[in-house]
Design a protein around this ligand. Structure first.
Ligand code: PEP
Ligand code: MG
Length: 588
């Protein structure tokens, strides 16, 4: 049994068998076997070699028929290696001397071969490295099954273990089968984190080398509440976690009753809870959980989950689907926020190699430099606006000039639609995300030119503290409780109120029960959160009274460090709603 600690980004517990996904590279953990099992490992190796030789002979015959004898000769190198006594002797020798599994011995020896080839100066030999990788995959395929599992075709329950998941991979996760996620990299608000949370799949990121420690088929426990992955748990751990899983399920059922109750504090302050969504398909669940509308639709996922640039019609259909399900509730469509963490890696449609993409041509900047892309989306939004109440929100606004430019393009689009006789709703509210300090400090300047503000703490924290939100190595520095972050939030809310503009907060901070009292105390009456978090947030709101929240916000202003702030607000939240915070702690 092994326990690894990472960053918990989506709560819950999942127990199941691992499927290890590798973007490019296969990693095989080093496993030893009992002395008595060594002959069995040698036999597995022999069978894998035999099966691989058989594959290659078949490929050779096929290639000869279709490509000719000359080209078919490429397979001679492969079968030559599989019959190379020296090479096979090295693999067998490792199994004998170190008592490792056949797959690890293949992996270790083939890696060594590949390394030696890459160091050669002769290009012809160096290129052979691809053949070595290919052979390694083939042998491993026969020993441990496919090493490159396809998430979208997975048809059995599994815990996905990966170095990282691209947005399109994460987007294709089917909750029926994917019970939990563990990744080597990623920070608290990386795209994998946000999507896993939205899908309600327990997830831990930033585990550094979990793909080295877990093999496909291993039993794994994901404890998304404490950020722990338990690999090959013993019977006692399994029993404890099964009971914990049941307690969480019971609590979820009791929290689901919240959907029908209003989000109102004990002393009568009403709070509006809207939903953050990435796909129209999430809207129904959001309403079922009690959302009063959509406060953030991350439309870039339309791009990230598809192979080609969506057409105006595809945008339009996605918006119409969501608006239809909302049945008159508000829909806030954020224009494309592509770039930085939101790229369709590895085949990024907009890949410019920038030295510093987080500070580069991303989000609204990318749209303003690529008008056809921007206008296509704006046309679709305007066309859909007649079907229900729609608001437009521009991301990553850093200066008022940028906002004016974006509004000018929107006016151009409206004029084009007028010329074409296409109808759209009048006076669509236009707002901005407040997610960089420069915008947070200029609310008064922005106020006359916008209808609403939405505070995006995921980026605001990143840009205020100079901490990459996706980097697991500095994740402990990424904190919503930092006094500088709280001060900015406080000033945005106060200034928005002074200028009588609506203000909401849609960063992940609003999904964490510990922060709810502070946010209400700072004066927020509107939050936008991922749908699975709605019941918990509502429960928190219904457990507190607003005077208590104001007192907490005042007290927090006197603290110097994020640790002091967080400890204080967590203790206060625990006192106000122990059933939300304490029932989710496991008894170790
Ligand atoms: C944010 O930055 O807080 C936000 C809500 O947007 P995203 O996470 O999509 O960048
Ligand atoms: Mg953002």
């Amino acid at each position: 049994m092994q326990i690894k600690k990472g960053i918990n980004v989506s709560p819950g517990v999942a127990i199941g068998r691992a499927v290890v996904i590798d973007a490019e590279d296969v990693r095989v953990p080093r496993r030893t076997v009992a002395e008595a099992c060594v002959p069995a490992e040698r036999e597995r190796l022999r069978q894998a070699i035999e099966a691989s030789i058989h594959d290659i002979e078949q490929l050779h015959t096929q290639a000869e028929a279709t490509l000719g004898a000359d080209l078919a000769r490429i397979f001679d190198f492969h079968s030559g290696m599989l019959r190379d006594k020296h090479l096979i002797g090295q693999i067998e020798g490792l199994i004998d001397s170190e008592r490792v599994t056949a797959e690890y011995a293949v992996y270790f020896v083939m890696r060594h071969q590949a390394e030696m080839l890459t160091q050669l100066t002769n290009n012809l030999y160096r290129e052979r490295v691809h053949d070595v990788w290919d052979l390694e995959r083939r042998l491993l395929g026969h020993l441990i099954g496919s090493t490159r599992a396809e998430l979208s075709t997975l048809k059995h329950e599994a815990i996905v273990v990966a170095h990282d998941l691209t947005p399109s991979q994460t987007a294709s996760l089917d909750k029926t089968y994917i019970k939990g996620i563990a990744t080597d990299v990623g920070g608290p608000t990386s795209h994998t984190a946000i999507l896993a949370h939205a899908l309600g799949i327990p997830a831990i990121v930033g585990l550094e080398d979990v793909t080295m420690a877990v093999g496909s088929g291993d039993t794994v426990i994901i404890d998304g509440n404490h950020g722990e992955v338990i690999i090959a748990p013993d019977a006692a751990q399994l029993m404890k976690y099964r009971a914990y899983e049941q307690r969480i399920a019971d609590l979820e059922i009791s929290l689901d009753e919240m959907a029908r109750l209003p989000a109102v504090t004990r002393d009568g302050t009403e709070i509006e809870i809207q939903a953050n969504i990435e796909f129209p398909g999430e809207v129904r669940a959001a309403i079922e959980k009690g959302a009063t509308g959509v406060g953030l639709y991350r439309t870039e996922f339309l791009y990230l989950a598809s192979d080609s640039e969506p057409t105006e019609q595809q945008h339009f259909e996605a918006y119409m689907e969501a608006i239809g399900i909302l049945e008159g509730r508000t829909m806030t469509i954020r224009t494309l926020d592509l770039g930085a963490d939101k790229v369709a890696s590895p085949r990024d449609m907009f890949s410019h190699t920038e030295p510093n993409p987080v500070l580069g041509c991303r989000s609204i900047r990318l749209c303003l430099q690529n008008l056809p892309l921007f206008k296509t989306q704006l046309r679709a939004i305007m066309r859909a606006s007649v079907a229900g109440p729609v608001r437009i929100m521009f991301p990553l606004i850093t200066s008022v000039m940028e906002l004016r430019q974006a509004r000018m393009i929107l006016n151009d689009v409206m004029e084009d639609l007028d010329d074409e006789g296409i109808v759209y709703a009048d006076n669509i509210p236009v707002g901005i995300m407040v997610e960089v300090p420069s915008a947070a400090l200029q609310i008064k300047t922005f106020a006359p030119e916008v209808d609403f503000f939405s505070i995006g703490t995921n980026d605001l924290i990143q840009y205020t503290l100079a901490v990459d939100r996706g980097n697991e190595h500095i994740a402990s520095l990424y904190s919503a409780a930092h006094p500088a972050v709280i001060r900015l939030i406080r000033e945005v809310i106060q200034e928005a109120k002074r200028t009588q503009k609506a203000v909401s907060l849609c960063g992940e901070m609003a999904c964490e029960p510990e922060y709810i009292m502070l946010l209400l105390g700072l004066g927020l009456t509107r939050l936008s959160v991922t749908p699975p978090a709605i019941p918990e947030v509502k429960k928190m709101i219904r457990s507190v009274n607003i005077k208590q929240c104001h007192r907490i916000a005042r007290r927090v202003a006197s603290f110097d460090s994020d640790r002091e702030v967080f400890n204080f607000i967590r203790d206060e939240a625990r006192k106000a709603a122990p059933e939300v915070l304490d029932d989710l702690t496991i008894n170790y």
